[in-house]
Design a binder for this molecule. Sequence first.
Ligand SMILES: NC(=O)c1ccc[n+]([C@@H]2O[C@H](COP(=O)([O-])OP(=O)(O)OC[C@H]3O[C@@H](n4cnc5c(N)ncnc54)[C@H](OP(=O)(O)O)[C@@H]3O)[C@@H](O)[C@H]2O)c1
Length: 293
Amino acid sequence: MSNVHKAGTFLLGDRTTRRLGYGAMQLTGPRVFGPPRDPDAAIAVLREAVASGVNHIDTSDFYGPRVTNELIRKALRPYPGELVIVTKVGARRGADAEWLPAFGAQELIQAVHDNLRNLGVDVLEVVNLRCMFGIHAPAEGSIEEPLTVLAELQRQGLIRHIGLSNVTRTQIEQGRAICEIVCVQNHYNLAHRQDDALIDELAGEGIAYVPFFPLGGFTPLQSSTLSAVARDLDATPMQVALAWLLRRSPNLLPIPGTSSIAHLRENLAAAGLDLPRQAARALDAIGAHAGSA
Ligand SMILES: NC(=O)c1ccc[n+]([C@@H]2O[C@H](COP(=O)([O-])OP(=O)(O)OC[C@H]3O[C@@H](n4cnc5c(N)ncnc54)[C@H](OP(=O)(O)O)[C@@H]3O)[C@@H](O)[C@H]2O)c1
């Protein structure tokens, strides 16, 4: 067991989940499409994450497609009882790796069955409805029809809990009128802080907020302040970025992604990094300078 337990836990659905998790998207080929160059290395990363105490893994059948789910199944089955695998539906991949909406009832039903099969489980622990009204950022649009389909699959016992991804506050409210929403997964990190108010509201409501791109995603975070704080603390900038997220709010569950065991170890060690108040204040200002709402 690494330091992962030092980040504490949060109730995700009805499962006690360690706050520092792992996002599997980086395990595919380039552009999140096709298999990885070295599948054994991808499997080793997954096994090391779980052996280190990670019990929250984020995935989707549209990563690859199917690639991350199949890797997870191969690496981790039989699954440890405490492992929470969170998947997403609502998008599909085109032949040229495009990200396309897949919100139709039949597409959603098919996606849930595909996730069940490719992960090798009878029930999906958490399914996020990934909204595609805007591909890169939340945009308004009704989620009533697609969410009603997922709620019906939940009643049938195929899904235990439901979450939302890439959504606005209005969509979260619309969703909560249809079924219980246990988590919201949106783009958020030190420099991308549009959801600051939303995070605080969800904390008050006991809903997990899972920031995707916690390290900046395809363009990893770069900031002279971040580098200076990291130097002072004898840590790396990525560790400081994760420690800042963990300090930000108790309902915040980062899922940093990596295809490298060395980066995985570095990222998980961030759970044990204490950010002095002055360093946290300096880091807070990065988002303000980036002009977040
Ligand atoms: N709901 C959504 O729409 C959505 C969208 C995007 C992502 N997600 C989920 O969120 C998870 C996290 O997002 P992400 O993986 O795209 O982005 P991320 O965690 O912000 O960053 C991943 C990138 O940072 C690099 N990296 C990781 N650790 C590092 C370290 N210690 N030092 C230097 N570089 C490091 C990775 O490269 P290496 O592989 O070389 O380490 C990769 O290029 C995904 O895996 C996915 O599960 C959800």
